[in-house]
Structure formats: C-alpha cells, structure tokens
Design a protein around this ligand. Structure first.
Ligand SMILES: Cc1cc2nc3c(=O)[nH]c(=O)nc-3n(C[C@H](O)[C@H](O)[C@H](O)COP(=O)(O)OP(=O)(O)OC[C@H]3O[C@@H](n4cnc5c(N)ncnc54)[C@H](O)[C@@H]3O)c2cc1C
Length: 292
C-alpha cells in the first residue's frame, strides 16, 4: 500500500465507535487527500480487500471479531470554505463544529444538528436529522468517489432520500458536501439550541456508551413509547441493556459484546411485533464482516 495516507495496523475498533464495541482491524487508513484515497481504492480493488468507511462511529454497531480488511477514515477531509450563502465542507468535519462555525457567521440552518455527534459524511449518507429537520434539506451538491475511484459531483436531485436514508449508502464514498445556508436571528437560534440540548441531557443516557436511537420511529408512533409501554426499560442481555432513561436507547452497560447488543435489539423488536404487529426498523448500521 503506497501513497494511501496514514496506515495503522491491528487497530481496536472499540476506540472508534460511540458504543465501544468492535474487533481488531488489520488496517485503519486515513488518506490525506483525494489522490491518496484513489490510490487506496485501487489497492483494495487489485487485492480484493474487504473495506468499510467509518465516520465518527456514532451510528454503527460493529462485529467484534477480527476484521481481515481495511477501515477507511476520512478524518483528514476537513476543509470548510464559505462562498456567499454556501459552505463546502469535507466529510470529516464534525456536525457540532459545523453548527458552531456557521452560527458564528450568522447562518442558523445547522442549529438543529448541533448535538448530533456524527461527521458530515456519515450524516449526509444517513440523512441525519431531528426537531423536524434533516440534513438533506440543506444539501446543494455532494462530491463522491465510487468503488473504482471515479469522482462525480451529484446534485441533490440526483440523490433519493427519506427518513434516515439516502441512495448514497454503500454505493459512494462522500468526499465533501456543499450546503445552502440561511441567515437568521442567531441569538434566538442559540437559545433554541440551548433548550434542545438541555432536553437531550434530561432525556437521553448521554453518560453511557450508546449509538443514538436504536429504532426508527414508525409512521405516527414513537418507537421509544412503544418499547416503554411494554415495560422493556432495563431489559438486559449480557452487558447490553435497554436504557432506563430512554427506551429507544440500548447502552453498553458492562463490556457488552456485539452479540449481546444484536440479541437485545432482536428481542425488543420481536416483543413489539408480537404486541403491536409493528416491525421496527433498526436505525444504526449493523456491520458483520462475513456479510461484506
Ligand atoms: C448520543 C447520540 C445522539 C444521536 N442523535 C441523533 C439525532 O438526533 N439524529 C440522527 O439522525 N442521528 C443521531 N445519532 C446517530 C448518529 O450520530 C448520526 O446518524 C450521525 O449522522 C452518524 O455520523 P457518523 O459520522 O458517526 O457515521 P458513522 O457511524 O461512522 O457511519 C454511519 C454510516 O455511514 C457510512 N459512512 C460514514 N462516512 C461515510 C462517507 N464519508 N462516505 C460514505 N459512507 C460513509 C458508514 O459506512 C456507515 O454505514 C445520535 C447518536 C448518538 C450516539
């Protein structure tokens, strides 16, 4: 592997996910620029390596066995360039930072995302959102690389997307994104953010290892409420537990394994299905090495 960026060997993926679960990966590679990423994709193709892209690791539940493959992290894709009411941002920029910087420049559009702990790449791929907003609303274009190293700039209209979903997933590597921003009352936006953040602190188990909401909300219902009504808060399998604070969170309470988390998710999903005939959909991406 030459000219592909920083290469780390035998890396514990526990240290790269908010749930603190994940096996040892043969390589974790951080390209410094598009050329290095292109070289890496060529190497992967030629050597038939398995690979995953990892953002900030806050929406993934990762297999804890050994990964004989490559984890690609775009942490070095950190450019942030304003042009009028647009900002072009690298995949590796944290949403919270983007919210701060854009607010400091008088734009209020990213206020909703200030407490979403992911990076721009992962958040656009999964169309992250909250408080009635989602990130795809703000997207103008997305620059992507395909598995063969070809680079394309997609307009928002080229991408299909919906609730926590875009057609970019598993197809492209997001390199950078251009967003259209709106000016507004920054003081009012800051106050709203403060209140929303406090609500999160009060209602979510932010002091525990977690991966955000486990299930998408079904139409016209709250997954958390359905689970809570079945008195499943506190249910435990191995080291994994349904949070006592918020029923739609599963926490890694005590050295949970990948299997503990996945089994607990399945047991909750089955109970909800039996009780309400609602098939809950898991929101985070579950990554199993043998299915790559
Ligand atoms: C406490 C907490 C609160 C949360 N609150 C919210 C919320 O309010 N709303 C919400 O929507 N989410 C929420 N989340 C979930 C998560 O933060 C978001 O989904 C976030 O957008 C994920 O970004 P990431 O960088 O961590 O992605 P990762 O978890 O690293 O990756 C997610 C997926 O995107 C892919 N991916 C990552 N980067 C790229 C790239 N550059 N190109 C192509 N594919 C890529 C990965 O392969 C993976 O499939 C929360 C999570 C936590 C822990």
């Amino acid at each position: 592997m030459n000219n592909v960026g920083e290469i780390l060997n035998d890396v514990s993926l526990k240290d790269y996910t908010s749930l603190k679960i994940g096996g040892i990966a043969k390589y974790l590679v951080k390209p410094r620029n598009i050329t290095e990423l292109k070289n890496l994709m060529e190497y992967i193709k030629e050597n038939k390596e398995k690979y995953i892209i990892l953002g900030h690791g806050t929406n993934v539940i990762i297999d804890d066995s050994y990964f004989d493959g490559i984890v690609i992290k775009l942490d070095n894709f950190k450019d942030l360039v304003f042009e009028g009411n647009e900002v072009t941002v690298g995949s590796g920029v944290a949403l919270g930072y983007l919210a701060k910087v854009t607010l400091d420049s008088g734009f209020i559009s990213f206020g909703f995302a200030s407490m979403i702990p992911g990076n721009v790449g992962g958040s656009v791929v999964g169309n992250a959102g909250c408080y009635g907003h989602e990130i795809m609303e703000l997207v103008k274009t997305v620059e992507v690389m395909d598995k063969d190293g070809n680079i394309t700039k997609l307009d928002r209209s080229d991408i299909s997307y919906g609730y926590r979903y875009t057609s970019l997933k598993n197809k492209y590597i997001v390199l950078n994104v251009t967003f259209i921003l709106k000016k507004g009352d920054v003081a009012a936006a800051r106050e709203e953010i403060k209140q929303n953040n406090q609500k999160r602190i009060n209602s979510q188990p932010l002091d525990k290892k977690n991966v955000g909401s486990i299930f998408r909300n079904p139409e016209n219902a709250s997954a958390g409420k359905l689970i809570e009504d079945l008195q499943l808060k506190g249910r435990t399998i191995g080291g994994a537990k349904v949070s006592e604070k918020h029923a739609n969170f599963i926490v890694n309470e005590d050295n949970a394994s990948f299997e503990d988390i996945v089994s607990l998710i399945e047991s909750v999903r089955q109970e909800v299905k039996d009780a309400y005939q609602i098939d809950l959909v898991v929101e985070p991406t579950i990554i199993k090495w043998d299915s790559l």
